[in-house]
Design a protein around this ligand. Structure first.
Ligand code: CTP
Length: 218
């Protein structure tokens, strides 16, 4: 198997950014796409660390699951393992902002509106891109408009080898369902569009591309 001996980190699912002990900010990610990729990598012989936000999914066979909550937790779990890894697939929907202050006690309501100040989180994919050396790095982009242009910008900014684009304009693509319609853009700017298919089939395409990359870079 082409991927045996490779150690790959996969991030998946949403992050949870606490406001106080009972409230948080998050998003609609289910983790399905990342779990499908992690399972496919393991089936093809890779050792997989699945760094996962909160999901309702079973751990794919053969993967080591590392549960995290916040973007900061996910950053630490990934960067701790990245030096030993041969690559990473950044599939998680990581919060770009987190509450600047977290209250130790439950915030009580008051008259009138309330403001929660947010600060930027660290970009895990970009940091991995900065120190990636000879590793493979795959990112995701979920876009509603100017899809290819935005995805290409992310690929370059984060020093990725591939970016997998999902457009929210495509029916059947995105978070909740079991299908996806992906477009893969590589670092040379080559664009490959794939049909609407199951997330398992889309995962197999992405892992095929990773295998090809390893075959070329060995
Ligand atoms: N990502 C990450 N760490 C973050 C934010 C994003 O690793 N703190 C990764 C995601 O896992 C994904 C890619 O970066 O692979 C998404 O890029 P990003 O620029 O964050 O996209 P959006 O969240 O869609 O942000 P925006 O469109 O606002 O730039």
């Amino acid at each position: 198997m082409l991927l045996s001996g490779k150690y790959i980190i996969v991030t998946a699912g949403p992050t949870i950014e606490p406001i106080d002990p009972v409230r948080f900010l998050s998003n609609h990610s289910t983790g399905k796409m990342g779990y499908a990729i992690a399972g496919e990598l393991a089936r093809r012989g890779a050792r997989v660390a699945l760094v996962s936000g909160r999901t309702n999914l079973d751990t794919p066979a053969g993967t080591e699951r590392v549960d995290v909550l916040s973007a900061e937790d996910m950053y630490r779990a990934v960067m701790e393992r990245f030096p030993q890894a041969d690559g990473a697939v950044m599939c998680a929907a990581v919060a770009d902002y987190t509450p600047a202050e977290v209250s130790d006690t439950k915030i009580k309501k008051q008259d009138g509106d309330m403001v929660i100040r947010l600060k930027r989180t660290r970009d895990i994919a970009a940091e991995a891109g900065r120190v990636k050396g000879r590793r493979i790095l795959v990112g995701f982009a979920l876009e509603t408009d100017h899809e290819r242009e935005n995805a290409l910008g992310k690929l370059q900014r984060k020093n990725l080898d591939f970016i997998v684009l999902n457009s929210l304009r495509d029916a059947g693509a995105g978070f909740a369902g079991d299908t996806n319609k992906i477009t893969v853009i590589d670092a040379a700017g080559k664009v490959s569009e794939y049909p609407l298919e199951t997330k398992a089939a889309a995962a197999a395409r992405i892992v095929d591309r990773m295998e090809e990359w390893f075959a070329l870079h060995e």
